[in-house]
Design a protein around this ligand. Structure first.
Ligand code: FAD
Length: 545
């Protein structure tokens, strides 16, 4: 057992990497490196539940993550290892349940100081409590700074009397300027103390996907984004090299169908794993804003996007059961359907709406889509067309996105399903006309759904309307090579609006205190009303087989 007595001249430190997979602006690593008088152990623990293959899952990957994100994470780890080696150290990879492995290392290596980035996710809160309890009983100093976000969510919540702000504008007002803004961030480290003897702990090199048990041929198209701090900094510098683009950036004006050169930065997977410091990104943006005559402002500016991230982190940290409908006081209680067939059609890109299906293929193959594309498919699954529970869609995104982020993903699903933050349920994205506005020729659809590549542009968004002779010429018979629509958008969206209106009325009448029984009877009523409608979604579904 490590004891305070061992903190002599040769005191040792452990830097525990989880997110924050970077060397620049990493206060935990900085602290560990500058205080160490003895060895410094940089550790990453591979949790088999997160990383090892699960053949029963609906897509290649582990029980928790799709293979694209696992590959991205391994690339981040390999790059971090290379960065540490340049500084005279290396990354020690261990395997097992992270809390248990870490406690074993602290004990075995007689560690005096444990450093890791603070994390607000419930999973890490529980894990960190366990590890901190052990450390405190063993007399090990812990240092756990907030550096994943621009602000400390706990601070913002405290300034608001203990409640998280629930609108972006009130968040901005409360948050103000980041406390670190005036002082320069430490973006360089000149050296890191060498690793000590690892004793009986089994330490690995960063594994490859194949070493983790994956078959590299499991996927036919992989995400075109490489993981790691080096790629993150290169990508950010490239994006910011065009100052006019940064100054004029207006999120709602971006083209969601642009995929060779996406309309936004694609920095989200790097921010998710912390290969890029959001604070460094913020500082670089501020430097550009100082240099130009005028620039856009939050919420639509590029800086505004980063602030959305902090907004959701703060709301998530201050809201119990943020990732659920039940027990979540900011979430409307809505009797969503649990139709597994509709969910599967959406998840497997078989809705019959090419715009929706192409986005779902991009999700499966790349693990990244433009923000407005995410809007379209999330709206379609929930309040727009299929009326399926947002938690089901959230799960699919959580698994397949390479930027999958607990606070941001849940926050956006709450938003898009009109369960929280945004309540204009009458505003529904059309699965036909929305994409057409940006990409009338359907190049995006042709790329991600090659079965439709020869469909004339007149029918690319509504191929079921093409005469049979055209379908034959395009070598794509609807109903055989590509499905008929699972629902008719016009009637399904009308139904959804009606259901949302009723559910909102119940939530208002009961002041949000909707019980299971209330939800059940509302569901019954909505079903009865739907039975009375002759042209309902179910009939349409039967027709399209
Ligand atoms: P840019 O426009 O270049 O923005 C820069 C950064 O700002 C992003 O990298 C991201 O960190 C942050 N940001 C941008 N938009 C948002 C937003 N709406 N909310 C919070 N932060 C934002 N983003 C994730 O990072 N992880 C998720 O799991 C995730 N799930 C989503 C689920 C749904 C249903 C929707 C509608 C959106 C989701 N987003 C998620 C938000 C957003 O779509 C992505 O952050 C963005 O598309 C990433 O692309 P980018 O890096 O090019 O963004």
């Amino acid at each position: 057992m490590a004891s305070p007595a061992s903190s002599s001249a040769s005191s040792s430190s452990l830097m525990w990497f989880r997110k924050g997979l970077r060397i620049h602006d990493n206060p935990a690593l900085q602290h560990a490196a500058s205080r160490a008088r003895g060895p410094l152990y940089p550790v990453f623990v591979i949790d088999p539940r997160y990383m090892e293959p699960d053949r029963a899952a609906f897509s290649p990957g582990s029980p928790r993550a799709g293979v694209n994100r696992i590959r991205f994470l391994l690339e981040c780890l390999a790059d971090l290892d290379a960065g540490l080696r340049r500084l005279g150290s290396r990354l020690l990879v261990l395997k097992g349940e992270p809390g248990e492995v870490l406690i074993r290392c602290l004990d075995e290596w007689n560690v005096d100081r444990l450093c890791f980035e603070h994390d607000t996710e419930p999973y890490y809160q529980a894990l960190d409590k366990k590890v901190k309890n052990f450390a405190s009983a063993a007399g090990i100093e812990t240092f756990s700074p907030v550096s994943h976000t621009l602000f400390d969510p706990a601070d913002v919540i405290a300034r608001n009397g203990g409640k998280p702000p629930l609108s972006y504008q009130s968040f901005l007002k409360l948050a103000g300027k980041p406390s670190w803004e005036g002082s320069p961030l430490s973006t360089m480290l000149s050296s890191v103390p060498p690793v000590g003897d690892v004793g009986r702990c089994e330490v690995f090199e960063v594994p490859t996907l194949i070493e983790l048990g994956y078959d590299e041929t499991e996927q036919d198209d992989v995400a075109p984004f490489r993981g790691g701090e080096t790629a993150a900094l290169t990508r950010m510098k490239e994006a910011l090299s065009n100052k006019a683009w940064v100054a004029d950036f207006e999120k709602p004006k971006g083209d969601p169908s642009a995929f060779y050169k996406p309309a936004t930065t694609v920095l989200s997977p790097y921010l998710k794993f912390g290969c890029l410091s959001s604070r460094y990104f913020y500082q670089c943006l501020q430097d550009i804003y100082k240099d130009v005559n005028k620039h856009t402002s939050p919420p639509v500016s590029l800086l505004g996007q980063l602030l959305w991230r902090d907004f959701f982190y703060t709301a998530a940290f201050g809201t119990p059961n943020f990732d659920k409908m039940k027990g979540n006081r900011i979430c409307k209680q809505i009797p969503w359907s649990d139709d597994e067939q509709l969910l599967a059609a959406w998840r497997e890109a078989r809705t019959g709406y090419p715009w929706i299906d192409a986005i779902m293929v991009q999700l499966r193959k790349w693990g990244w889509m433009h923000h407005l594309a995410r809007h379209c498919v999330a709206c379609f699954l929930t309040r727009g067309d299929l009326f399926v529970h947002w938690e089901k869609g959230r799960d699919v995104f959580e698994r397949l996105l390479i930027d999958s982020d607990w606070a941001v993903n849940n926050g956006n699903w709450l938003w898009l399903s009109c369960s929280s933050f945004f309540y204009q349920y009458n505003r529904i994205y059309s699965p036909i006309t929305f994409g057409k506005k940006y990409d009338p020729n359907g190049s995006y659809i042709r790329h991600f759904l090659p079965v439709l590549k020869d469909m004339p542009k007149e029918y690319i968004y509504e191929p079921w309307k093409a005469p049979l002779s055209i379908q034959t010429k395009a070598k794509c018979i609807i109903g055989r090579d590509y499905p008929n629509p699972v629902v008719s958008h016009d009637s399904a969206s009308k139904e959804c609006r009606r259901k949302l209106a009723e559910a909102y009325a119940v939530n208002q009448r009961l002041n949000g205190m909707v019980s299971d029984e209330d939800l059940k009877s509302l569901r019954r009523k909505l079903e009865e009303d739907q039975e009375k409608e002759p042209r309902n979604t179910k009939q349409r579904r039967k027709r399209s087989g």
